[in-house]
Design a protein around this ligand. Structure first.
Ligand SMILES: [Zn+2]
Length: 167
């Protein structure tokens, strides 16, 4: 299975913690935070909404509102934009992993049917003796189609995977 289909390690992401802004937040009625930075050669400038909830003993607790899902959170992680922990997981979550595993399974099932060595790295083999050419063409077409989808899915994964290594 692909090594890159792993859970995110959040310690690799640049973070924003609401606690770092406690002093500024105490001083005034700030309802948004300006994010202005360059990440992977691209400049970002957008506002992150803040919200607050009353504390039991008076005063307020401040939160970021995730720019992606609007959830209240005390820490944001930078993928491209800053997002909450749920949104970083969503980027890695089952909707990306499962289809990739599925694609590998289906590709290997086809390889087995054609008598090719398991593993897409071994490339495309021969038409098995005795298999009708139209049957073979149909299978090859499906194989190539699956390969296309796999490459597309891998690019998506790799883009995400590269971000944790930059600060
Ligand atoms: Zn979010």
């Amino acid at each position: 299975m692909p090594a890159f289909a792993t859970a995110p390690n959040l310690s690799h992401y640049a973070k924003l913690r609401i606690s770092s802004y406690r002093e500024q937040l105490r001083q005034g009625d700030i309802d948004s935070f300006r994010a202005d930075y360059v990440h992977r050669g691209k400049s970002y400038n957008y506002s992150i909404k803040l919200s607050r909830t009353p504390c039991n003993y008076g005063g307020h607790r401040h939160w970021f509102n995730c720019p992606s899902c609007s959830r209240r959170t005390s820490v944001l992680y930078r993928i491209n934009t800053y997002v909450c922990r749920h949104c970083t997981r969503a980027a890695y979550g089952s909707q990306l992993e499962q289809p990739i595993d599925n694609l590998f399974r289906r590709l290997n099932a086809i390889r087995a049917r054609l008598g090719w060595q398991a593993g897409i790295a071994h490339g495309v083999g021969e038409r098995p003796k005795g298999m009708h050419r139209t049957t073979y063409n149909k299978i090859i077409w499906e194989y190539m189609n699956l390969m296309d989808r796999l490459l597309g899915a891998q690019c998506k994964m790799l883009n995400i995977q590269r971000y944790p290594h930059s600060k």
